[in-house]
Ligand binder design. Structure first.
Ligand SMILES: Nc1ncnc2c1ncn2[C@@H]1O[C@H](COP(=O)(O)OP(=O)(O)OP(=O)(O)O)[C@@H](O)[C@H]1O
Length: 259
C-alpha cells in the first residue's frame, strides 16, 4: 500500500515536471508573437464559458460549448506554425545531450582538439568589428543544427581566425548568411536561419540580429553577431542579448556556456 502511495507521488511529480517543461516550450514558442494574444483570447473564451455554465445561461453556454468542442481543430489551424516549430525543436534535439553526459566522466573528457577555439572566434569578431565587416556565427550546443546546415553549404574546416575573417570578407562568395560551428569545426556557411518575430527587439537591429535571436530561441545554440553598421559584437543565447563588459569577459562567458 505504502509502496503504491510512494509510486503515485513520484509519478505525480514527474507529471507536473513534464507539464512545466511543456508550458515552458509553449511559452518560448509564442513569446513576443501574435500567438500569445490568440492564446489569451482562447483562455478568456474558456473562462466565459465556465461562467455561463455556472450562471446556468443555457443559450450562451451551448454556443460557447460548441465552439470549445471544435476548438482543438481550430487550435491546430491557428497554431500551425508554432506546432511545426515545436515538433522541429523536439525532433532536432540530441536526446540525452550526449556531449554533456560524456563530460560527466572525467576520464572520458572530450579531447583538447574538439574544444571550440573561443579565442580565435572572438579575435576574428574583434577584427571584423574594427573593419565593419558583418558576421553571424552560430555555435552548436546540444540541439542538432542539421535543419539549418541543410540550408547552406556543408564544410569541414577547423576553426581559425583567418578562415573566419576570410569567409565574412565582403567580396567573399561565402559571406552571406550564417556560419555554423560544431566543436572546433566549421560545418556550414551561408546557412539561412529562422528569423525571430519578437516585437521587443529594438528596431535598429536588422535581419542578421533577428536571425541570431531566432535560432537561439528555437535551439540551445549560442550566437555571435558583428554589426556591419556599427562594428559592435553581440552575444546571444536563449533568444536574448547577453551582456558582457569587454572581449575578455565575452571569452570567459562563452567558455562557461560551452563547458
Ligand atoms: N535569416 C537569415 N539567416 C542568415 N543570415 C541572414 C538572415 N537574414 C539576414 N542575414 C544576413 O544578414 C545580412 C544583413 O542583414 P541586415 O542588414 O538586415 O542585418 P542587421 O541586423 O541590420 O545587421 P548590420 O548591423 O550588420 O547591418 C544579410 O546580408 C545576410 O547575410
Amino acid at each position: 500500500m505504502d509502496f503504491n502511495f510512494l509510486e503515485l507521488r513520484i509519478l505525480d511529480i514527474v507529471d507536473i515536471l513534464l507539464v512545466a517543461v511543456l508550458l515552458y516550450y509553449i511559452y518560448k514558442l509564442v513569446k513576443g508573437t501574435v500567438a500569445i494574444n490568440i492564446f489569451i483570447g482562447i483562455v478568456i473564451i474558456y473562462l466565459v464559458w465556465k461562467l455561463t455554465q455556472f450562471l446556468e445561461m443555457e443559450m450562451l453556454s451551448n454556443v460557447l460549448g460548441q465552439f470549445i468542442g471544435v476548438g482543438i481543430f481550430g487550435l491546430i489551424v491557428v497554431f500551425q506554425q508554432e506546432i511545426r516549430k515545436f515538433l522541429l525543436m523536439i525532433g532536432s534535439t540530441n536526446f540525452g545531450a550526449k556531449r554533456n553526459l560524456i563530460r560527466q566522466f572525467k576520464f572520458m573528457r572530450r579531447s583538447k582538439e574538439t574544444e571550440t577555439d573561443i579565442d580565435a572566434i572572438v579575435d576574428a569578431c574583434d577584427n571584423m568589428g574594427k573593419s565593419k565587416t558583418g558576421a553571424l556565427i552560430i555555435i552548436q550546443r546540444s540541439t542538432n543544427l542539421e535543419f539549418v546546415k541543410n540550408t547552406g553549404d556543408e564544410m569541414n574546416i577547423e576553426v581559425n581566425k583567418p578562415i573566419i575573417e576570410s569567409i565574412f570578407y565582403k567580396n567573399s562568395t561565402l559571406h552571406d548568411g550564417a556560419l555554423i560551428i560544431e566543436g572546433n569545426l566549421i560545418t556550414a556557411t551561408r546557412a539561412i536561419l529562422p528569423v525571430s518575430n519578437d516585437r521587443k527587439i529594438p528596431l535598429r537591429f536588422g535581419l542578421r540580429h533577428r536571425a541570431a535571436v531566432g535560432i537561439t530561441e528555437k535551439t540551445d545554440a549560442i550566437a555571435l553577431v558583428v554589426s556591419e553598421e556599427s562594428g559592435q559584437i553581440s552575444y546571444l543565447k536563449d533568444g536574448d542579448f547577453a551582456m558582457f563588459e569587454d572581449l575578455k569577459d565575452l571569452k570567459l562567458k562563452l567558455k562557461e556556456d560551452l563547458s
